[in-house]
Design a protein around this ligand. Structure first.
Ligand code: HPA
Length: 259
């Protein structure tokens, strides 16, 4: 759960044996710490949309100083716990001029511009293949389920390409123009490393962004982090309904592999 979006966790129905206040990341061995504003840094468990869920309240970013291996370590933990689907939420800048502030965007595909890959280094064959396929990084079945849920809930959703940058500096006008020309609809500083590791591990991925600022190179306004958090917070109840409804109705087009 990304920037300003950690309250989705409040929709979790507690499950037996898991403390309802969750487990702070620093109490989990090898877990990096979440230092970003709007990220609590706790692992929670329960059910959501009738399915068993482990949730990360607060995500980790490379710009905090973590390597992409560290950023994605929790995905491997979730996989080891038996997770078949990785659902991610985040705040992102809108490059598509038709997007409005507060729009939800289902990630259809991505462009990795972080300059690194979490799978760099010796491959752990037990976890996944050396050269993982990324031809359908975001499962079509879950995307359809999310779109059907949005329709049923009368919610406006977009579907687009997410470009990942390292940050923490926001982009220049020339960079936004470049990203749009490259085919991206939204830009953010997360999601892609986790999606790569989840695909490597044979998991399905569903990623949803809130468009928290508009990144139009010819009409760019200075970034306002308080405003980003406000827009994310305003979208949060809608996002929570979308995720919960999607989990209720969804199924994967491509079955996740046995973990
Ligand atoms: N750029 C990168 N990351 C972001 C942005 C942006 O404009 N907005 C929210 N996250």
């Amino acid at each position: 759960m990304g920037t300003g979006l950690g309250r989705l966790a409040e929709s979790l129905v507690p499950a037996g044996g898991v403390p309802s206040e969750g487990i702070p990341y620093e109490e989990i061995r090898h877990f990096p710490r979440s230092t970003s504003v709007g990220h609590a840094g706790r692992l929670l468990a329960g059910t959501l949309g009738g399915r068993p869920v482990v949730a990360m309240q607060g995500r980790l970013h490379a710009f905090e100083g973590h390597s992409l291996q560290e950023v994605t370590f929790p995905v491997r933990v979730l996989r080891a716990l038996g997770a078949e689907l990785l659902v991610m939420t985040s705040a992102a800048g809108g490059l598509n001029p038709l997007y409005e502030l507060g729009d939800l965007m289902l990630v259809d595909d991505h462009i990795n511009l972080m300059g690194d890959n979490p799978l760099r280094g010796v491959n752990e064959d037990a976890l996944g293949p050396r050269f993982p396929d990324m031809s359908e990084a975001y499962d079509r079945g879950w995307l359809s389920a999310a779109e059907e849920t949005a329709l049923a809930e009368r919610m406006r959703v977009q579907r687009g390409v997410y470009a990942a940058v390292l940050g923490p500096a926001l982009e220049t006008r020339a960079e936004y123009r470049f990203l749009r020309t490259a085919g991206a609809d939204a830009v953010g500083m997360s999601t892609v490393p986790e999606a790569i590791v989840a695909n490597h591990a044979g998991m399905n991925v569903l990623a949803i962004c809130v468009i928290t600022d508009r990144c139009l190179p010819d009409a760019l306004e200075p970034v306002n982090v308080a405003e980003i958090l406000r827009v994310a917070g305003e979208a949060e109840p809608r996002l929570a309904r979308l995720v919960e409804g999607t989990l209720e109705r969804g199924r994967a087009a491509r079955p996740s592999m046995e973990s």
